[in-house]
Write a protein that binds this ligand. Structure first.
Ligand code: ATP
Length: 606
């Protein structure tokens, strides 16, 4: 590439076709690229090549790359600038494109086209020496002021003429008027800045009118309206307006544009001052808790006390309730009922396995792929600032090099501090004092002591067999029937069968497996009911199709009653052997009517 002190550009250059901005030797210009040939050039030359030579490309001004690579090439502008790609940034937002930062080296003229696809390759002739332009000047688009960064059409044409001027004298003649115009522009801008606030308002009014005209302007104007309408505190509003100002000056192709935009979108969506109205009626709350949950009397009593005190003293900075007990005993479900009794939104935050404090407090925005933490995300999801947050499994919090999440939770739960909770991503305080936090855990042994200290532990013990039978018949069976689209007229699980499900197919303190087994029974029965339903609906039973369907064609006699043998057919052989006393066994047999059972079984599993 070096010959006799002067640097030679390659005689064959891939060409980038541009129609906005002109790259002049010695200047550095940012180009946004999204058309097919140009995209191919970036992918196949700039991103794949490893040598310095592969980063040199020809930039042809005044020529638009066709929208499809099957389209013919337009006539290329005759003179271009060879440049070195110093930066390539790819982004998928708002559509796939690359942003190239190119420093101009020297002019060239196109001698002949070698190929048009997948990108344009041409034989070129170098027009001037390289040494004079080796110090890159300022990035032509990265001006301090957005207004200055925009090249007018006239300016653009003038720049093309400067490029085309081969002799120094001619080039000077073409460049001088451009410089004079730019100096005039700068003077005018200085004058506008010194104008009275009244004038300034007019300028911004005109500016906003102008912005409303194009899509992008529309977008930022709408965002600005949302920022003002989000009812956020002074500090947050100030940050948003600052970010908005930055956003307006940024070209959309800049990766930071999307980041700032996402940040602002979140800020306007957060429920800074949106809340639901509490509608607590202690009597209704008691009925609701009783209706939703069988047994758990101690827990329900304490929850009612807690709610009653909250009703009398709304600004209660009381302890955080923490339900501790084995899995499936209804801890989450009580939390949900509390939200319903208060008329509040409910959100569950699973903390099991969380070992990074940024999960709670978010990542700083400088971090690649930064996000807000789970608390702020939860608030965005529920859309109000006074939900019930259930911090599930606080006993399973982990610790790692990325900080202790328990320490971040301490701040969240401390009523003295949480009105000023600062998520790293938001970088401004969000008031959490209206949020009602409830925690759950399987054991207190692994809850960090400082956290445990802020909580009131309510033990939720496991259930006895009798309690489980009641829970099954009052809650689990009706719920499962509804979830599977069945009615008690279609499926009947007698009280005598439930203890068998509990002791032979589950071994747990709670009722979660029991619920799953009931679900499995519902599914098996649903298939039978649906089969019978289709048959009666679509065809009448004739001797022929009866033969074709075999015995299965007979619609089941409803309700399908699940007794011990049906249970075995559906759930398989018992997983746990039951030690049943003789008396109990005989009493179980007496409730079973062999004839009814036989008929049902024939329908169900023949
Ligand atoms: N006393 C009860 N009355 C009615 N339903 C109950 C009762 N206890 C548990 N359930 C039901 O059992 C299922 C499991 O309960 P839930 O998910 O609340 O358990 P959990 O204690 O939060 O479990 P985990 O610790 O695994 O999260 C739910 O469908 C719930 O409605």
């Amino acid at each position: 590439m070096v010959s006799g002190g002067a640097i030679q550009i390659p005689s064959r250059l891939p060409l980038l076709l541009t129609h906005e901005g002109v790259l002049l030797p010695g200047s550095t210009v940012r180009f946004s690229v999204d058309s097919p040939r140009n995209m191919h050039l970036v992918r196949e030359r700039l991103l794949k090549g490893t040598s310095l030579k592969s980063t040199i490309i020809g930039v042809i001004p005044n020529t638009r790359d066709p929208e499809h690579d099957t389209d013919d090439l337009p006539t290329l502008h005759k003179i271009g600038t060879a440049g070195i790609a110093v930066q390539v940034v790819g982004s998928n937002w708002p559509k796939p494109h690359y942003t190239l930062l190119i420093t101009g080296l020297c002019r060239f003229s196109v001698s002949s086209l070698l190929k048009e696809r997948p990108f344009v390759l041409a034989e070129v002739k170098q027009l001037d020496q390289l040494e004079r332009y080796t110090t890159p000047q300022r990035d032509a688009t990265a001006t301090d002021d957005g207004e200055l960064g925009e090249l007018s059409e006239k300016f653009y044409q003038a720049a093309v003429q400067v490029l085309d001027a081969l002799s120094l004298e001619e080039r000077f003649k073409k460049a001088l008027p451009m410089l004079t115009r730019q100096i005039e522009g700068l003077k005018l801008l200085q004058k506008t800045r010194k104008t009275s606030p009244d004038n300034e308002k007019r300028v911004t009014d005109v500016q906003s009118l102008y912005e409303d005209e194009d899509d992008d302007g529309d977008d930022t104007a709408a965002l600005e309206r949302k920022v003002h309408g989000a009812n956020m505190p002074e500090a947050a509003l100030k940050i948003c307006l600052k970010e908005l100002k930055r956003l307006k000056k940024m070209p959309q192709s800049m990766p930071e544009y999307a980041l700032t935009r996402n940040y602002l979108d979140l800020m306007v969506e957060l429920p800074w001052s949106k809340s639901t109205k509490d509608c607590l009626d202690i009597r209704a709350a008691r009925t609701l808790l009783d209706n939703d949950h069988y047994a758990m009397n101690k827990l329900k009593r304490r929850v009612l006390e807690y709610l009653a005190v909250r009703q009398l003293k709304t600004s209660l900075k009381g302890p955080i309730l923490c339900f501790v007990g084995p899995p499936g005993v209804g801890k989450t479900s009580v939390g949900r009922s509390i939200a319903r009794t208060l008329g509040r939104e409910f959100h569950r935050i699973a903390l099991g396995g969380v070992c990074d404090q940024s999960d709670i407090r978010g990542h700083r925005r400088t971090y690649v792929g930064s996000m807000p933490g789970r608390i702020i995300n939860g608030l965005k999801t529920v859309g109000v600032n006074n939900p019930v947050f259930l911090l599930d499994e606080v006993d399973k919090l982990g610790k790692s090099l990325q900080g202790d999440p328990a320490a971040a939770l301490l701040e969240v739960l401390d009523p003295e501090q949480n009105h000023g909770f600062t998520d790293h991503y938001l970088n401004v305080a969000f008031d959490l004092s209206q949020v009602l936090f409830i925690a759950t855990a399987n054991t207190t042994a692994t809850i960090p002591p400082a956290l445990l200290d802020r909580m009131e532990v309510l033990e939720v013990p496991g259930y006895t067999q009798e309690e489980k039978v009641e829970i099954a018949h009052r809650h689990l069976i009706p719920n499962q029937l509804e979830q599977h689209g069945l009615t008690p007229q279609q499926l009947h699980i007698p009280q005598s069968t439930t203890p068998d499900i509990i002791s032979r197919y589950t071994r747990e303190a709670g009722v979660r497996s029991l619920e799953r087994k009931i679900g499995a029974i519902c599914r098996a029965v649903a298939v039978k009911v649906a089969e019978g339903h289709t048959l009666t609906k679509t065809e009448t039973l004739t001797p022929e199709n009866s033969k074709q369907h075999g015995d299965k064609a007979a619609p089941p006699e409803l309700p399908i009653v699940i007794d011990h043998i049906a249970l075995k057919d559906i759930l398989g052989p018992p997983v746990f052997e039951m030690e049943v006393s003789r008396e109990r066994k005989s009493s179980m047999c007496s409730v079973h009517n062999p004839q009814v059972y036989y008929r049902n079984m024939q329908n169900l599993f023949s």
